[in-house]
Design a protein around this ligand. Sequence first.
Ligand code: NAD
Length: 439
Amino acid sequence: MRIAMIGTGYVGLVSGACFSDFGHDVTCVDKDAAKIEALRQGIMPIFEPGLDELVERNVAGGRLSFATDLAPAVAAADAVFIAVGTPSRRGDGHADLSYVFGAAEEIARALRKPAVVVTKSTVPVGTGDEVERIIREAAPAAKARVVSNPEFLREGAAIEDFKRPDRIVVGTEDHLAAEAMREIYRPLYLNKAPLVVTSRRTAELIKYAANAFLATKITFINEIADLCEMVGADVQDVSRGIGLDNRIGSKFLHAGPGYGGSCFPKDTLALLKTAEDYQSPLRIVESVVKVNDLRKRAMGRKVIRALGGDARGKTVALLGLTFKPNTDDMREAPSIAIVQALEDAGAKIRAYDPEGIEQARPMMPEIEFSTSPYEAAKGADAVVLVTEWDVLRALDLKRLAAAMAEPVFVDLRNIYPTEEVENAGFRSHGIGRATEMET
Ligand code: NAD
């Protein structure tokens, strides 16, 4: 099949590269000429494990190419995927659909043969109907079947997720469109990845419901962690104790500094806006959004408490800045609110991140960046582990403590057992641990 992927960001690039690896002929299109030029030279615009080899292999095999001009790619395509961004609209939290609708209009004018037009971007219920209307109006003769096919990949494990998905969701009531989608995903379908074929509106809602549920699970355990600190219980044991119950499951039960990233914050907000529009309140999701927002800043206060209640003139070393490991994505990362809270309290911040510094630099102009965790810790009054990168999982804690002015370790991911941290000479602070009771 010939595929045009419109938008070459995390989702478009990974999906396009994986489709080409299945044997399809893929052109990834993006308006960002610098990004396309870099990709043509084999330079990846994002950090994602395994992506550069995947792209290189398929470019060399002649199955994957990059373009800034949408028209020729769409004219030749059997399937056109829309994978452009749908950020929160400034001011009201609705999904900003201007990129999706803009792409739909351009696609309509470029279509030259019957094709499926597939929305892979995360879009509110009813967007597929609007895409269909835009195409019909802009090009009444075009033969386009509009399908919803939300993407569930996780940054940091995107290729694995795309190639071994828990399920593929296809939203269409059109028999031929469903057939085309089966053909596109055949290699996965043969591998027994469940295919959920449903209505377009249902598919659109599935994506938001999934993200809102996962955000709820994280927020639930975060609040349980707070309660653990008050009652002298251990949240890691609570997580294990409830997660081993198959009805609950152990994933997304790790207490931490609150969820961030390019999806959960904006998707929960957009879902709430849909609920508001249809006067069908989602009170649980409303609470989740509020609790999570408060939590990120509360983590800053936690660090200040660990500093003895006053951060003025103190130096804090943050280890990890990205919203999770194995990505350079800084969108809505909890570190942003933590830095803000600490700076507001008069602290000086130093930070280390294995891949995120380039993205973080413009967002955090006041902080000093270090090239290693030990350099960041030099002379600091507290070290705060914010993101659980593998390179931060086996730190030489004694060396770290020795480099600091005050040996205070705040582990917002509970990577290190309290005893190990204390044995290295630190005063240890974790999340939802019985030892937090004294603080
Ligand atoms: P992104 O911002 O990384 O990339 C979007 C790209 O689209 C940009 O490079 C932009 O230049 C390009 N673009 C915009 N309009 C265009 C047009 N008319 N023609 C060509 N290119 C155009 O976004 P992303 O993180 O890949 O997310 C894309 C969508 O997928 C969003 O709706 C997001 O919610 C959803 N999603 C993201 C993830 C994730 O982990 N990032 C996971 C699942 C779903």
